[in-house]
Design a protein around this ligand. Structure first.
Ligand SMILES: C[S@@+](CC[C@H](N)C(=O)[O-])C[C@H]1O[C@@H](n2cnc3c(N)ncnc32)[C@H](O)[C@@H]1O
Length: 261
């Protein structure tokens, strides 16, 4: 049986085109994922639309090859720093930035501008987002200083989608990562996190990738112990249609947490 991939395996076995095609083709996502993608976009929109989470500089952790997680956020910050562990994901983001990526995020952009209801066009929103992107940076959450060799002053907002569960091998490591993320953030700054609950793996092409099986209570306890106040928590159970050969998640959540001063 094929070994589940983790850590350095990403550099060889994670193929951005396959990932985008399997999970981010259109807003309906993979049929096996049910309405997870729609839920994710709604959660991201609602988290920012309230207007409490805003700031000058935003870091997105483990952006992967997709920008869907920062579309809503992009209206509430001036500068966006994208990051990922896997070089081919960073190359994919660079292609998006220079306009040479074949994959289109139009249905995601359209969803956000429709939700915002200000008549903005998806192409215009994408151009505004690109203008705000400062760079695409290597990041390894398993290192004490995840963004090294780059050094930045603390950020106002940190967002992340489906990354911490992929990077942390166990709960102790997840807690260390939460502490590291806390140190990258200003006092009073916000973390906005989208994640999966109870998932042990996800498939990309012919490979299975490791995921830390974690519960809502465990996520909340860890962030509270790491010096955060949870200001918003939403979760949704997996819908019935989902195909357990692609992943075994039991639900998804979005958390907004403020770093204590
Ligand atoms: C499931 S993908 C999520 C990508 C994207 N944010 C999304 O929402 O679809 C998991 C991501 O975690 C990243 N990753 C894996 N190990 C990591 C590590 N040690 N530090 C930071 N990111 C890591 C991978 O490169 C990949 O982009």
């Amino acid at each position: 049986m094929e070994q589940v991939k983790y850590g350095e395996d990403y550099k060889r076995d994670f193929h951005p085109e396959e990932y985008l095609q399997m999970y981010y083709g259109t807003l309906k996502g993979a049929p096996s994922e049910g309405d997870m993608l729609q839920t994710s976009m709604t959660f991201w929109h609602e988290a920012f639309a309230q207007g409490h989470v805003r700031g000058r500089r935003l870091l997105d952790i483990g952006t992967g090859p997709t920008i869907h997680s920062v579309i809503s956020a992009s209206n509430y910050c001036d500068n966006i720093y994208l990051s990922d562990f896997t070089p081919q994901n960073r190359e994919t983001l660079l292609k998006w930035l220079d306009g040479s990526l074949e994959h289109s995020f139009k249905t995601f952009l359209q969803f956000v501008v429709d939700e915002e209801g200000k008549g903005e066009l998806p192409n215009d929103r994408e151009a505004v987002m690109k203008d705000k992107v400062v760079g695409i940076f290597p990041l390894d959450l398993l290192q004490t200083d995840p963004l090294m060799p780059a050094l930045f002053p603390p950020f106002d907002i940190i967002t992340s989608s489906l990354c911490l569960e992929a990077a942390a091998q166990d709960l102790a490591s997840y807690e260390i990562i939460a502490g590291r993320i806390g140190r990258l953030l200003k006092d009073g700054g916000h973390v906005v996190l989208f994640g999966v609950l109870g998932e042990s793996f996800y498939r990309v092409g012919s490979h299975s990738f490791y995921c830390l099986k974690i519960s809502a209570e465990q996520v909340q306890d860890i962030w509270k112990r790491s010096g955060f106040t949870i200001v918003e928590w939403k979760q949704k159970a997996t819908s019935v249609e989902f195909d357990t050969s692609l992943s075994d998640f039991e639900g998804v959540f979005l958390m907004v947490a403020r770093k204590s001063c």
